[in-house]
Design a binder for this molecule. Structure first.
Ligand SMILES: C[S@@+](CC[C@H](N)C(=O)[O-])C[C@H]1O[C@@H](n2cnc3c(N)ncnc32)[C@H](O)[C@@H]1O
Length: 209
């Protein structure tokens, strides 16, 4: 019997062989890494979350499990094969976009969301062209609400080189139970959030459930 995990692993490997610099890894994240990412993103009180680089959706499913019923997850993925597969996730809180991470602001605005409480990213910053990486870093910063979190899981420090001038030094954790072992970088945007105003604006955009 072919399980979803077998299927995910094959799809991942095929996509990696086709575009190694875009996919950045030969297999999806481990469940240990997924748990660490979810803990760092603190989705429990979030209204709007953004995921960049969704892959076969393991991180997405874990985030959805930890999100409150009224929250929304805007997930942006560049690889068409993954997007096709992700359409099997029927959770109405998930808004899946086939596109580039640099379009976060446009995608949030189009849905009437003011800001994101957290942005989670698995996109491989070490292999992105520098101008694109710089655009994505700026877009992430602009998309975050004050007090919002940016969580990036990466095999190298390159994301921190890009992000440090914008958000300062990250907290860094290591997850060894992943192939290969990975670093989880977390930043929190400065400033106290006017959470009431942001929640009100985001909820009126999200509407009743
Ligand atoms: C290392 S994989 C992470 C996948 C999945 N979240 C996981 O944990 O298994 C990186 C993902 O980023 C996507 N990606 C790369 N560049 C991107 C971009 N500019 N915008 C959106 N997604 C991108 C790739 O297609 C791939 O799905």
């Amino acid at each position: 019997m072919v399980t979803r995990m077998d299927n995910d692993n094959w799809t991942f490997l095929r996509a990696f062989l086709k575009s190694p610099r875009v996919v950045g890894s030969v297999i999806p994240s481990s469940s240990f890494l997924e748990r660490r990412i979810v803990t760092a993103a603190e989705p429990g009180n979030a209204d709007v979350l953004v995921e960049l680089g969704v892959g076969t959706g393991g991180t997405t499913r874990s985030l959805l499990k930890a999100m409150p019923p009224q929250a929304r997850l805007l997930a942006i993925e560049r690889t068409a094969e993954f997007v096709e597969m992700l359409q099997q996730i029927t959770d109405p809180r998930l808004d899946l976009v086939h596109g580039c991470a640099s379009s976060i602001t446009a995608e949030l605005t189009q849905r009437g969301y003011l800001k994101a409480d957290a942005v989670v990213s698995g996109i491989p910053f070490s292999t992105l062209p520098k101008p694109l990486a710089a655009d994505i870093v700026k877009a992430i910063y602009n998309a975050l609400a004050p007090g919002g979190r940016f969580v990036a899981y990466q095999f190298t420090d390159r994301v921190a080189d890009y992000m440090r001038p914008v958000m300062g030094a990250p907290e860094v954790e290591h997850e060894l139970r992943n192939v290969p072992p990975v670093r989880v970088f977390t930043w929190r945007k400065e400033g106290a959030a006017d959470t009431a105003a942001i929640t009100a604006a985001n909820s009126s955009a999200v509407g009743p459930h």
